[in-house]
Each structure stands twice: as structure tokens, then as C-alpha cells.
Design a protein around this ligand. Structure first.
Ligand code: XIL
Length: 380
């Protein structure tokens, strides 16, 4: 495992303090419990995603939980192009600055999410002053400016970067994003060349995508990585988002997927793990999905109380997932959850608004679930 700032000694010391004493920062639930980051300290970093409100609301409980339980953090939205640079020349650094500093103050590895993604990127990025699409060179210049901005402001503190997100479709074809339309089929390669030139040499540069087990996307990613390695284009890690369901991908498929990606020799990062407890199979890829309403059928526990048998099923699912992560821990550098508690999760409003979902290891009140304890028990 590559060590991102956190020395083993520091983790062991924290472990000792966490287990044997009651430090001021500890919440009641953790006093006698080993935390996720402690349990997995010699396996891989265990991360969580933080949202802006955790930095703007005084004493946000999820922020305290994040400091206590996780060894890596990612920002869910506030480094995306539309947030940090919504208009030409206008920058909102407030949240990202606090995030980067938190990593330093708490000795937590920080992840920059994300340099180049088709979504949550304002239209102006792709257009000139007259509203015409940019030329290839002009867009590459604009991408370089963004990489330079991140490198100069955060390069000394943020050492893991999602360089390109979701540029490959399920069937393995290249997504016809504006990046692809303007730059061409070498968009991903150009993005990594820019990142290599502009970001610090000790940064980890990642390609990140969802559905990385799907054969089409998987084979394209594997071929791309091989091509980069043969040509000498720097890529330092493969990011599997891990927005998974209660059944799929199966343990067997996770096993095969991790085996194949590990064979590239690159470290693997599970970047956005959550398990969609309520499911989304019936919603498919319907783009109108957000117009649908939560109903008793697709939102069975609106009051937030999940029956014990459902909790047990959920715990079993996380157990089989982490069994695979442990099996492949030599190849995995980090497992990050997309959120801290269920209340923070984007799955309460995606793929349709207004559900009460339960995808993470901490309940809305910050208490731990059986799934959390099972995941820790696996490494004891
Ligand atoms: C999500 C955020 O969590 C939401 O708040 C936002 O509305 C949409 O984006 N894949 C990614 C993440 O790479 O950036 C997405 O985050 C979730 C899917």
C-alpha cells in the first residue's frame, strides 16, 4: 500500500489512544470500539466523502465522525468545475480550502475530485466569448489552466486526484461528451498528459468510473491503461466508484474485476462506495427519473426505521463486499464511502427525489450499523 501522509506509527498510536482511553474528541460509540481506519490501517485507507454543509454548519456531527473514523476524505461537489469556478475568472475556494486544511490538521489523506468530468461542468468551459465551441487547442489550454490552479493551490496537500471521471460508456465506447467532441478520441490521454505535466510528481493520478465490472467498459479501461503504459503516459491508479446494489455486482464478479484491474500493476481505489439498499433496478436509465415521486413501494421506510431482518441482509452484503476487498488488499490503496451517514447520502435524492435510503455504515443519528461491525470483525 502506498502511504499517503499517514504513517503506520501514527495510526497505531491513534489506535492505542482510541481503544484504551477516552479522548475528548471521541464520541460515546467509539470509546470501546476500534474504528474503521484503525481496523484497516495495515490494509488500505478507509475514506468518506464530505459535503459543504459539514464545513459551514458549526459542529456538524458528520464532520466529527469523519475525523474519528476515516483515514481519507473526498469532497462530494466543491471541487467540481461548476462549484469552484462557476464563471470565467470567478472562483469559490472557501470549502475546498477548508477541506485541504482539514486533511493537514487531522492527518487524513485528501482526494481531489475531480479535474475533468462531463457533468457539473458549466457551459462556458466549452465556449468562446461569441458562444461558439472552442477549438481543440483552446479547450486543452483551459484544462491546463484548471490543472495549474489546483496544483498551485492544493498540490502540496492533496496527493490523490481523480483526473478523468466517467469518460467511457457501458459498452466500452467513448462517451460523446463535449470534451470528446472538441478534443477527439484522445481526450482522456490528453487529460493525463496535462495532469502529469502540471500536478506534482508525487500525486496519484486516477482514472475513475462507475460500473467498472461491466465487460465493455472494463475491457476499454484495461486496453487504455495498457496503451498508456506502453506509450509512457503517466497514470497512477484505477478508481472503481462502487455505487453498488444489494445483489449486483456479485462477490464473484467483484473478485474477477479486481483481479483483472490489479493485473495492470496499478493500485486500485474504490472511490465512491455505497450500497443502494432501496434499489433502482426498475428505474433503469430513464432520464426523467427525478420527476418520479417516492411511493410506499420504492420508499418503504420513510420514517428511517429499518427492520432488523433488512439490517441483517444489508450487513451480509457489506460483509461479502469487504471479504473481496480483503482478499485483494495488496492491490487496493483506498476504499472510500460516498458519504458519512445515511443522511448525507446522494441516494436520498437520486435516481429520484425524496427517498429515505440506507446505503452507508453509519445511521442518520451517527450510530454504527451491524454492517459496520461486521466489516470491522472481518479484520480482527
Ligand atoms: C454526486 C453528488 O454526491 C451529488 O450531491 C450531486 O448532486 C451529483 O453528484 N459519481 C461521481 C460523483 O463521480 O461526483 C457523484 O456525486 C456521484 C456519482
Amino acid at each position: 500500500m502506498k502511504i499517503y501522509k499517514i504513517s503506520h506509527l501514527a495510526v497505531i498510536a491513534t489506535l492505542a489512544i482510541g481503544v484504551f482511553s477516552c479522548s475528548e474528541k471521541s464520541t460515546a460509540q467509539s470509546v470501546n470500539k476500534v474504528t474503521l481506519k484503525e481496523a484497516y490501517a495495515d490494509k488500505f485507507l478507509v475514506g468518506a466523502t464530505l459535503g459543504a454543509s459539514m464545513f459551514t454548519t458549526p459542529n456538524h456531527p458528520s464532520l466529527a465522525l469523519a475525523k474519528e473514523n476515516f483515514s481519507a476524505i473526498t469532497l462530494d461537489n466543491d471541487m467540481k468545475w461548476e462549484r469552484i469556478n462557476p464563471l470565467p475568472g470567478k472562483f469559490n475556494f472557501e470549502i475546498a480550502d477548508k477541506f485541504a486544511q482539514l486533511g493537514v490538521d487531522e492527518n487524513i489523506a485528501t482526494v481531489g475530485h475531480v479535474l475533468f468530468w462531463h457533468s457539473q461542468t458549466p457551459d462556458w468551459v466549452f465556449k468562446d466569448d461569441e458562444g461558439n465551441l472552442l477549438t481543440r487547442e483552446a479547450l486543452l489550454d483551459r484544462m491546463r489552466e484548471r490543472a495549474k490552479m489546483f496544483a498551485s493551490r492544493y498540490g502540496d496537500r492533496i496527493k490523490i486526484w481523480d483526473v478523468v471521471n466517467e469518460a467511457i460508456e457501458d459498452d466500452g465506447s467513448l462517451r460523446k461528451s463535449l470534451y470528446n467532441q472538441i478534443i477527439g478520441d484522445d481526450f482522456i490521454e490528453q487529460a493525463f498528459i496535462i495532469a502529469d505535466q502540471e500536478m506534482p510528481k508525487d500525486a496519484t493520478l486516477i482514472y475513475n468510473d462507475y460500473g467498472m465490472n461491466r465487460v465493455g467498459r472494463r475491457d476499454t479501461v484495461l486496453a487504455m491503461v495498457k496503451g498508456f503504459q506502453q506509450k509512457g503516459v503517466r497514470i497512477d491508479g484505477i478508481g472503481l466508484q462502487g455505487h453498488w446494489g444489494m445483489v449486483n455486482p456479485t462477490a464473484e464478479i467483484i473478485d474477477t474485476t479486481l483481479t483483472l484491474y490489479a493485473a495492470t500493476g496499478l493500485p486500485l481505489h474504490i472511490t465512491e462506495l455505497d450500497v443502494d439498499f432501496l434499489g433502482r433496478d426498475n428505474f433503469g436509465a430513464n432520464v426523467d427519473i427525478k420527476k418520479l415521486k417516492a411511493t410506499p413501494e420504492n420508499n418503504p421506510y420513510p420514517d428511517g426505521n429499518v427492520p432488523p431482518e433488512a439490517e441483517a441482509k444489508f450487513a451480509k452484503r457489506y460483509t461479502e463486499i469487504f471479504q473481496q476487498f480483503l482478499k485483494h488488499h495488496d492491490s487496493i490503496d483506498r476504499v472510500t464511502f460516498w458519504g458519512v451517514t445515511d443522511g448525507d447520502s446522494w441516494l436520498n435524492s437520486w435516481p429520484l427525489e425524496g427517498r429515505t435510503n440506507f446505503p452507508l455504515l453509519f445511521k442518520r443519528d451517527g450510530s454504527t450499523k451491524q454492517a459496520h461491525d461486521n466489516v470491522i470483525a472481518l479484520v480482527k
